[in-house]
Design a protein around this ligand. Structure first.
Ligand SMILES: Cc1cc2nc3c(=O)[nH]c(=O)nc-3n(C[C@H](O)[C@H](O)[C@H](O)COP(=O)(O)OP(=O)(O)OC[C@H]3O[C@@H](n4cnc5c(N)ncnc54)[C@H](O)[C@@H]3O)c2cc1C
Ligand SMILES: *[C@@H]1O[C@H](CO)[C@@H](O)[C@H](O)[C@H]1NC(C)=O
Ligand SMILES: *[C@@H]1O[C@H](CO)[C@@H](O)[C@H](O)[C@H]1NC(C)=O
Ligand SMILES: *[C@@H]1O[C@H](CO)[C@@H](O)[C@H](O)[C@H]1NC(C)=O
Ligand SMILES: *[C@@H]1O[C@H](CO)[C@@H](O)[C@H](O)[C@H]1NC(C)=O
Length: 325
């Protein structure tokens, strides 16, 4: 079998997980090309801002539920066997307020899913498996053919561009919109993860607390502001986030107020929400195969392995049509 050259665009949790699973298929030479790489913090890059917890509330019988189910198996095993992955189990407290039923926040919380902290820890083997990484910014899909792959050819492009899919030339997807999430990372810790169904500050605000494994700090959230591209933290919202978190989890500051919180940073990320759900699809563009894996909204970690497995199956069907897979 001749070696196939694959370009994965995007180094968020979707691109990295897809590249990891692809690297296990013999005969594929993979390059991950992206504007932002692990370690970067940017408003165009969602993955560094996620909690990232696993709270599956996807509806049974849907693709989303299948993706979450597949992902749980892998994350569960990593949590048990690979402490270096930085994934841990935590008791989770769900606070369901009657007055929030049917509110927008309660609705989006049913999507605040997933588990697996830093993508770079979740996919520790990409480099070891012979995947190449390269920083590159694409303005148009046609640019991917121009010598980006070390082999000099491209057989297939995997599209894991997240929110920026809505802006990249060639196939702009207007179904993809940002849902802005503002957070505060603190050094103070809590043994439990808390998720409240709503706040008293409108539909776009939320209250959740999750302590990451392996010294990753505690994420205090948050917000779910659809269509909002603002990259700078709103200071008043930050105060409300901290107040609500300390109220929900007094152990964070031993009963003292928010002044006793030890803040690491304030942050803003944009969830790549796609109306109609994540797009995992195969498409023929001219003489090039493209497999899409983008638009996971607030569930990119929780669904990561499930979506990546489906993407890999589509890729194999495109590149090895005769093979029995
Ligand atoms: C505050 C917040 C909390 C969250 N909490 C959770 C949680 O608890 N659990 C959970 O499962 N999910 C959570 N999410 C959602 C999760 O973060 C996203 O679903 C996930 O990170 C999306 O990953 P991605 O790989 O699709 O996109 P991204 O991480 O945005 O990566 C996109 C990649 O594509 C590259 N790219 C895009 N366009 C181009 C271009 N034109 N040229 C070159 N490169 C390009 C970028 O540089 C980047 O490398 C949260 C999100 C936020 C903002
Ligand atoms: C929240 O509580 C209401 C009743 O107060 C109930 O109808 C609803 O099913 C509950 N939701 C969850 C997710 O428990
Ligand atoms: C990725 O998909 C999005 C949405 O369809 C589109 O805007 C973008 O051009 C695609 N990129 C590639 C390389 O196909
Ligand atoms: C988190 O809270 C929301 C809103 O009440 C709820 O729909 C969701 O089921 C909760 N998560 C879990 C895992 O129960
Ligand atoms: C908050 O966390 C910091 C760092 O762990 C700690 O020094 C401080 O005592 C904590 N504050 C409270 C009130 O527990």
């Amino acid at each position: 079998m001749t070696q196939k050259s694959i370009v994965v665009i995007g180094a968020g949790v979707a691109g990295l997980t897809t590249a990891l699973l692809l690297s296990r298929v013999p005969g594929y030479k993979i390059i991950v090309a992206a504007k932002h790489m692990p370690g970067d913090y940017d408003i165009e890059y969602a993955s560094p801002w996620a909690g990232a917890n696993y709270m599956p509330v996807s509806l049974g019988g849907t693709n989303a539920a299948e993706w979450d189910k597949v992902t749980w198996k892998v994350l569960h095993q990593l949590a048990l066997e690979k402490p270096e992955a930085g994934i841990h189990f935590q008791d989770c407290e769900i606070r369901n307020r009657t007055k929030d039923i049917g509110s927008a926040t309660a609705d989006w919380f049913s999507e605040l899913l997933s588990s697996a902290p830093w993508f770079k820890d979740v996919v520790p083997n990409c480099l070891g498996n012979g995947v190449t990484f390269k920083r590159a910014t694409f303005n148009h899909i046609s640019e991917t053919s121009a010598g980006i792959h070390p082999s000099g050819t491209v057989d297939l492009v995997v599209n894991c561009t997240g929110l920026m899919a809505s802006r990249l030339g060639g196939v702009e997807d207007k179904l993809v919109v940002p849902a802005r999430g503002q957070i505060v990372i603190v050094r103070n810790e809590s043994d439990r993860m808390v998720n409240v169904s709503g706040t008293d500050h409108g539909d776009e605000e939320a209250c959740y607390v999750m302590t990451r494994a392996a010294g990753g700090g505690t994420v205090l959230g948050g917000s779910y502001q659809k269509g909002n591209w603002e990259s700078q933290p709103d200071p008043s919202l930050a105060v409300r986030i901290m107040k609500r978190a300390v109220e929900a989890c007094p152990e964070l500051t031993g009963g003292k107020g928010i002044e006793a919180l030890d803040v690491v940073r304030h942050g803003v990320g944009l969830r790549p929400v796609r109306h109609g759900g994540t797009r995992v699809e195969r498409e023929r563009l001219g003489d090039l195969w493209v497999v899409h894996n983008y638009g996971a909204g607030g569930a990119g970690y929780q669904s990561s392995y499930g979506c990546a497995e489906d993407a890999v199956n589509l890729i194999r069907h495109a590149l090895e049509p005769q093979a029995k897979l």
